[in-house]
Design a protein. Structure first.
Length: 198
């Protein structure tokens, strides 16, 4: 029987399955992707997958919460830094952009397929998303109070910026594209430049 191959010694067999699941869920959508599709992508019999995971739903849970927890950890770090609000905003945006470039499939699935989670995980994930956006908006509001950021509606600004970053999906699909570094710098110029109160 074929075994799940791990090219990286730091990756477990479950990590390999989760990575392949991210690719599959992005390509087909969570509902349409089957365990048989996943087994084929991993290179094993479908029954072998159950030695490492309980269900397709468990994979979606891992993908969504791994991404959400990375973002929560980063905002914890940035909030604690003794830097200006505009610098905090730029750091957060750069993190979002880097995640969308380097972990595109995981972030895409977390952003688009979370609706297929089951309670209590669905409610927990929705609460985490809302809390993250509130905390991001609070940083912008602090910048407005400190006259670093223009007088704008902070929650709206968060939604616009996060939606702009999801547009990196089209950069991934493009056959002629600028470098990841240039993409990040261009986005920061537009997004942070649009907020800065000069």
């Amino acid at each position: 029987m074929a075994r799940i191959k791990t090219d990286d010694k730091n990756l477990s067999r479950k990590d390999v399955i989760v990575t392949k699941a991210a690719s599959l869920f992005r390509e087909k959508g969570f509902k349409a992707a089957s365990m048989r599709d996943l087994a084929e992508a991993v290179g094993v019999e479908a029954a072998s997958l159950y030695n490492h995971i309980k269900s397709k739903t468990e994979l979606l849970h891992d993908l969504c919460f791994n991404v959400a927890n990375r973002f929560m950890h980063k905002i914890d770090e940035i909030e604690a830094e003794p830097i200006s609000a505009i610098e905090k905003i730029e750091k957060l945006l750069r993190f979002h952009i880097t995640e969308m470039i380097e972990h595109y499939e995981e972030v895409y699935v977390s952003d688009r397929e979370w609706k297929h989670l089951e309670d209590p995980y669905l409610s927990n994930f929705q609460n985490q998303r809302r809390l993250y956006r509130k905390r991001f908006a609070a940083i912008i509001e602090a910048g407005i109070r400190q006259k670093e950021v223009k007088e704008i509606d902070a929650p709206t600004a968060v939604l616009i910026m996060l939606h702009a970053i999801t547009g990196i999906e089209s950069w991934h699909r493009s056959t002629q594209k600028i470098s990841a570094e240039a993409l990040e710098d261009n986005m920061i110029t537009i997004l942070v430049g649009g907020l800065t109160n000069r």
